[in-house]
Design a protein around this ligand. Structure first.
Ligand SMILES: *Cc1c(COP(=O)(O)O)cnc(C)c1O
Length: 389
């Protein structure tokens, strides 16, 4: 008898993921279907990736056209989708230059290399320390694990990259205490995603930005999860009124294809020169064609609708008995439950046809940005039944 996908996967795929008992076979918009044809409403977007939902028709057309025209060139040559995406990102954000990577962790690696090289050029090799925040998440490479301010990630893989120190989020004094002549960068998320959907205080963020500016310390904002419209602004930094020296993007940028981006301001736009950084797949034409379509769709009206839908969703969730608090910005929401375990609710949710995420003790929702009000109502009704029963 033929083995099930689940059995094959368990036998042959390295067991690093604790998968739910669900095999998804296809999807359209916010809905997807399992092998039995059961429908699910997806409030996870493949962890913030499917910004336009499953298989958006315009996105599929853009990617398909590109697949048929030119699949890959290597970075030894020019190609249009990559150049146009860089231009669109810079025009959209006010940044000067973009480096393309393939994931969030890689984008953060690129940001860290940029900050260290910038400081090396101006101040020599000892000025290399980077301050990050406790409870942050920046990726799974050996260096980005070191950047991640959570002890659980600092195990097994010794030695970790040196030069990271951790401050307390929303405690400006704890940041100041760590700043000395050898600090080259401060790196943080504006809404800690994996850490529990916790938005930083505006005052704290503004003070950190000023401190960086005054000391020629580069401010790196990790918008791998918050970027590209997730919070209702193109970049979450717009909510805080800051202009970071470097912003990293990934998850939602490709609409379902792997991409990362390091956006650099004028100050450090030419810090990385020939042969100092690179990656085989970076700027791949197919991936960039998908991202170009995502950017074209996420215009000002679209962003406004994300903000509005986020408010609406939050309001509806707060009416549910058993939800104590809803944190986050835009369509990045964290549900604090009064007396249920988030992991149980997510598991039960799958049975009832809704896909959600956890983040620490919270239920985390990252619905496709195209979700409609009707779909939000439908999702809220299911969540209500899960939590109130
Ligand atoms: C997901 C995430 C990363 C890591 O991205 P990968 O694509 O998994 O490498 C880094 N930073 C933040 C804020 C993230 O949410």
């Amino acid at each position: 008898m033929a083995k099930s996908v689940k059995e094959i996967d368990k036998k042959y795929v390295t067991n690093t993921y604790n998968r739910y008992d669900l095999e998804i076979t296809e999807g359209m918009g916010v809905n997807c279907y399992d092998i039995d044809g059961k429908e699910y409403i997806d409030l996870s977007s493949g962890i913030g990736v499917n910004s336009l939902g499953f298989c958006d028709m315009g996105w599929v057309a853009s990617v398909t056209q590109q697949v048929c025209k030119l699949n890959h060139t290597s970075n030894l040559f020019y190609s249009q989708p990559c150049a146009l995406l860089a231009k669109a990102l810079c025009e959209r954000t006010g940044y000067e230059k973009v480096f393309f990577a393939n994931s969030g962790a890689e984008a953060n690696e690129g940001a860290i290399k940029t900050a260290r090289k910038y400081s090396f050029d101006k101040y020599g090799k000892d000025r290399n320390k980077i301050i990050t925040l406790i409870n942050s998440f920046h990726g799974r490479t050996v260096t980005t694990l070191a950047a991640t301010g959570q002890d659980v990630f600092h195990n097994y893989f010794y030695p970790f990259t040196e030069g990271f120190e951790y401050a307390i989020a929303n405690d400006f004094d704890s940041v100041k205490k760590l700043v000395d002549k050898n600090v080259c960068a401060i790196m943080m998320e504006l809404v800690q995603g994996e850490g529990g959907v916790i938005a930083l205080d505006k005052d704290f963020v503004v003070n950190v930005a000023k401190l960086c500016e005054a000391n020629d310390i580069l401010l790196i904002i990790d918008e791998v999860q918050t970027g590209v419209g997730r919070t209702g602004k193109f970049l979450a930094s717009e909510h805080f009124g800051i202009k970071p020296d470097i912003t990293t993007l990934a998850k939602g940028l490709g609409g379902g294809l792997p991409i990362g981006a390091v956006l650099a301001r004028e100050k450090c736009a030419d810090t990385l020169g020939y042969s100092m950084h690179g990656t085989t797949f970076g700027g791949n034409p197919i991936v960039c064609a998908g991202a170009n379509y995502v950017l074209a769709r996420i215009d000002e009206d679209f962003l406004f609708s994300v903000e509005q839908k986020g408010e609406y969703f939050k309001e509806k969730l707060l009416q549910i008995d058993g939800i104590e608090d809803v944190s986050g910005l835009g369509l990045m929401l964290g549900l604090k439950l009064a007396n249920k375990k988030s992991s149980d609710i997510v598991k039960e949710g799958i049975k009832k046809g809704v896909i959600m995420l956890t983040a620490k003790e919270k239920v985390r929702l990252l619905p496709p940005l195209v979700i409609t009000y009707d779909e939000i109502d439908k999702a809220v009704a299911i969540i209500k039944s899960l939590i109130e029963n």
